[in-house]
Write a new protein. Structure first.
Length: 207
């Protein structure tokens, strides 16, 4: 049976991971997850300081060809090894992460609906829509606590690339979504999503 590919997009700090975790909990043992962030291009040829200056919020920052190859492999029933990105080093690590074929594959990332080839592989496209002030506070907390960044560096990156790239690429990509979920944890929207996923899985199983 072909897996159900669910794309979850939205701005930084919008609640994409909260929604992903809700699906993981609801469909325990039937879900594999791919994070678009792990597909940032490798930049071994640059120094650390040079890597910190790159625009990581532009579509060109990602190795989308590899991502599409991996998605098609999962659809074909093959196990893949996704890259693992090291946010403290601003580069891919030497590690990889095994993702096995499952009934449901979640693809999570801010820019996944910008690329037409990726969109076409998604059976359900969800955009998590959250106010900018909430998103920046969540990003600040995450980057400082989890990724060891300074407040000044987070502020500088947000103003230089995150905000303008959100307005240029992320927000317009919302028009491609099948569902728009406010805040990432809207209970009514979650119930509708769970019902749709259940129906599609059972419908395919009956064929």
């Amino acid at each position: 049976m072909k897996p159900l590919i669910i794309g979850i997009a939205g701005g930084t700090g919008s609640g994409k991971t909260t929604l992903t975790n809700s699906l993981l909990k609801r469909f325990n043992g039937q879900v594999g997850v791919i994070y678009h962030d792990n597909y940032y291009k490798r930049n071994d040829h640059l120094t650390y300081d040079e890597r910190t200056e790159l625009n990581y919020d532009a579509p060109t920052a990602f190795d989308n060809d590899l991502l599409v190859t991996h998605l098609k492999a999962l659809i074909g029933g093959q196990t893949i090894e996704t890259p693992v990105y090291d946010f403290t080093d601003h580069n891919r690590s030497e590690e990889t992460m095994i993702v096995q074929p499952q009934k449901i594959i979640i693809l999570e990332g801010i820019l996944i609906f910008v690329e037409e080839e990726i969109r076409k592989l998604c059976d359900i496209k969800i955009f998590v829509d959250t106010d900018a002030d909430v998103r920046i506070l969540r990003r600040l907390r995450r980057d400082v606590i989890e990724r060891g960044r300074s407040i000044e560096s987070v502020e500088s990156q947000y103003l230089a690339t995150v905000k303008p790239m959100h307005e240029l690429h992320v927000e317009p990509s919302k028009r491609h979504a099948d569902m728009i979920i406010p805040e990432g944890a809207n209970l009514v929207a979650l119930d509708m999503l769970f019902h749709r996923v259940n129906g599609q899985i059972h419908g395919w199983a009956d064929k």
